[in-house]
Design a protein around this ligand. Structure first.
Ligand SMILES: [Zn+2]
Ligand SMILES: [Zn+2]
Length: 289
């Protein structure tokens, strides 16, 4: 059993077409693969699925699903939606005609009233410029304050199935450049969002995109957050956040080991829209060696 519900393609900011991504997953013995294009939003970006391509995205993924079902790999149609006030919402009814199997709810944007929004995962130096402009007084705690507030609000508003890369806000915080991730107030804000997710029974993902594509050595979320998720009974799945064929499955063994360290015995996978099942960590690890 191997799965990931976080896959990008040329329809958004991925580097390969959907067929290549599906073939690679199949060659890696995947049993379940979810496509999650960055959802169309009201801003024009290079990263999001544009509205005019939404129909071809839907038909491309649906036809791959038909092609691979008889071969033993289930393919699901999803979107990685944004919680970004004034820009996009996971529960936007505009996505309904796509008849999605699932939605990931993610926070990438820091929205500042009156200013052009920026993302917490943009290139390091661009991020530095934006942050310094936003916080000229040097109080960079406002980065994570705004981020965790958005995560909590997103969970309150709902309209999605999986919480994407729970602590993405740390992406550009290499060696604690902007804030202290062990600071009590930071941990409290993260745990507050997490407790809300537990209350609402959301699935979270271990997202290996940060290990695959940047310099972070831990997945999203960090181990201390995963431990708390385990204690609170939050079910977790796995997301490669693959933007290229080489990202598929590459860091899963490490993610499974980290899940085990956090106390998890099993992960969860979507077997049909809205139907989540349990897979023992031990069996998944055996397959990834
Ligand atoms: Zn994302
Ligand atoms: Zn993604």
């Amino acid at each position: 059993m191997a799965f990931s519900f976080h896959t990008h393609t040329l329809f958004c900011d991925g580097k390969a077409d959907a067929a290549t991504m599906a073939r690679t997953a199949f060659e890696n013995q995947y049993t379940h693969l979810g496509f999650s294009a960055h959802a169309p939003i009201s801003l024009e970006t290079d990263c999001n699925l544009p509205w005019y391509k939404a129909d071809s995205y839907v038909s491309a993924i649906r036809s791959l699903a038909q092609e691979y079902a008889p071969k033993g790999m289930k393919i699901f149609l999803g979107l990685e939606t944004e919680y970004a006030p004034g820009i996009a919402m996971p529960n936007d009814p505009a996505y309904e005609p796509m008849h999605l199997d699932y939605r990931i709810g993610s926070v990438h944007y820091i929205t500042v009233p009156g200013e052009y929004p920026f993302t917490v995962d943009e290139p390091e130096e661009q991020f530095a410029l934006h942050v310094q402009e936003w916080a000229p007084d040097g109080d960079y705690r406002k980065i994570w304050k705004r981020y965790w507030r958005h995560i909590s609000e997103m969970i309150e508003v709902g309209g999605f199935d999986i919480i994407g890369h729970f602590d993405l806000v740390k992406k550009n915080n290499i060696a604690g450049r902007w804030f202290d991730e062990e600071n009590r107030a930071y941990v409290d804000a993260a745990f507050q969002a997490l407790d809300l997710a537990a209350e609402k029974d959301y699935i979270a993902e271990i997202n290996t995109g940060g290990i695959t594509r940047s310099r972070r050595s831990e997945p999203y979320p960090s181990v201390f957050i995963l431990k708390r998720m385990q204690e609170k009974g939050i079910r977790i799945t796995i997301g490669d956040d693959a933007h290229a064929p080489s990202h598929i499955g590459i860091c899963q063994l490490k993610a499974l080991e980290i899940a085990e360290i956090a106390g998890y015995k099993a992960l969860w996978y979507m077997d049909a829209p809205g139907v989540w099942k349990e897979a023992a960590l031990a069996s998944m690890k055996g397959q990834r060696r």
